[in-house]
Design a protein around this ligand. Structure first.
Ligand code: MG
Length: 409
């Protein structure tokens, strides 16, 4: 039974029946399918043991069900080599965890796991170990629908236009999008429904999910609203995506920079690599470009790599009259070497005179080029100091900068 043909997610029938609401008394057994070897990764380590945010993918998937208040016990189908020496997190747990050796095909693994499901189980929920970001609410939603309707799977309504193509990669038709749902796990079933489907599926062709077996056996299967975050980890790119979904905040760092130079006669005024016509310039060892210096400190600070003085000391003759844009570019290499990319930079230049507005865009272009980003990622604003203090008296110029950096995927 495919319902919710409307592609709007909100039009799904969630299948919350009278039996499903808060039915904590239903014995639910979770089967975690981890029998595959993830050959698409090509590595020696099974993909389900690769770390994701510091914990193995398999541990995260199993833990989602062990911690779930509606799940009574768990059966995990594993490759033979893991059965011989299972990881510690599969041996001790708050809930019973049974381990079984997986079979050649997915349906064989699930059938073997099903044989270990306690007789008291009323609902069995099957989940791919390769979907470690499954949420508590998605599990609950799927269980509710299975209790109400007998069988239910998490699925996403297609948002892309779907084409049917032939072997020559030519389109032979456009499939009405409202009929397309992308299957995820969890997939939950009344125990009797899954038993019937697995029995019939024993000698049947390969099925890529349990719902296919249940459909073939003639049982209606409810589609419940899936979760775009519930990604399946198939390739190394998927690991990077899951890392970002897991802890986006940890991927970002921020840095701040400040600089002040005295204005003196007989020097060129250089800000952000732009030579600005003025009767004074900034005093300093290098070209005294305070904008570049503040931005350099901001990006170095964002990755905790010290400051401009540490990387380009005054005492080093190499940096006398140095082009500060070149120093900034070197600092950007330090940031890249730490595994981060500059996201954006915002700069405030505090100068009583001259007026900076005519030079702002040229500064942004120079800074962007040195940082390897676009001018749209760089902001430069000019302020006066309202005549106050040394800046207000035209004796100095100060610059503040902040930089956001993001960890490379
Ligand atoms: Mg400086």
């Amino acid at each position: 039974m495919v319902e919710g043909h409307n592609s709007q997610l909100g039009d799904y029938h969630l299948g919350v029946g009278s039996l499903g609401v808060g039915s904590c008394l239903v014995h639910v057994t979770a089967i975690i399918a981890a029998g595959g070897r993830g050959t698409r990764f090509g590595g020696a380590v099974p993909k389900q043991l690769l770390p994701l945010g510091g914990r193995p993918i398999l541990e995260r998937s199993v833990d989602a069900f062990v911690r779930h208040p509606r799940v009574t016990d768990v059966v995990v189908a594993l490759p033979a080599e893991l059965i011989a020496d299972p990881p510690a997190y599969l041996r001790s747990s708050a809930k019973p965890i049974a381990l079984v050796e997986g079979g050649a095909r997915r349906q064989d693994s699930v059938a073997r796991a099903f044989a270990r499901v306690p007789a008291a189980a009323e609902v069995v929920v099957v989940h791919d170990a390769a979907r470690p970001l499954v949420s508590e609410t998605l599990i609950a939603r799927t269980l509710d629908a299975a209790v109400a309707d007998g069988a239910a799977i998490a699925a996403l309504a297609a948002t892309d236009t779907v084409k049917r193509g032939n072997e020559q990669r030519l389109i032979v038709g456009t499939v009405p999008r409202g009929e397309i749902f992308l299957a995820q796990t969890p997939q939950a079933f009344r125990t009797s429904v899954l038993r019937d489907a697995l029995t019939r599926g024993r000698g049947a062709p390969d099925a890529t999910d349990e719902a296919a077996l249940v459909e073939r056996a003639g049982h209606p299967v409810r589609l419940v609203e899936g979760d775009p975050r519930n990604v399946k980890i198939t390739t190394a790119d998927d690991v990077a995506l899951a890392e970002r979904l897991l802890a986006p905040a940890s991927m970002l760092r921020i840095g701040t920079g400040y600089d002040l130079h005295r204005l003196i006669a007989g020097r060129r005024l250089i800000l952000g690599g732009v030579v600005i016509p003025f009767d004074k310039g900034l005093a300093g060892h290098s070209d005294a470009d305070a904008v570049c210096h503040a931005v350099t400190d901001a990006i170095l600070g964002a990755v905790a790599a010290g400051d401009i003085g540490r990387h380009f000391p005054d005492s080093d003759a190499r940096w006398k009259d140095a082009d500060s844009l070149a120093l900034l570019a070197r600092a950007a290499e330090v940031v890249a070497g730490a595994g981060y990319a500059v996201g954006n930079v915002d700069v405030v230049v505090i100068a009583e005179r001259p007026k900076l507005a005519p030079y702002v865009d040229a500064m942004r272009a120079n800074l962007a080029q040195a940082l390897g980003i676009t001018p749209a990622q760089v902001s430069v604003k000019g302020k006066t100091n309202e005549g106050v203090g040394s800046i207000g008296a035209g004796e100095s110029i100060a610059v503040h900068a902040v930089a956001l950096v993001a960890k490379n995927a």
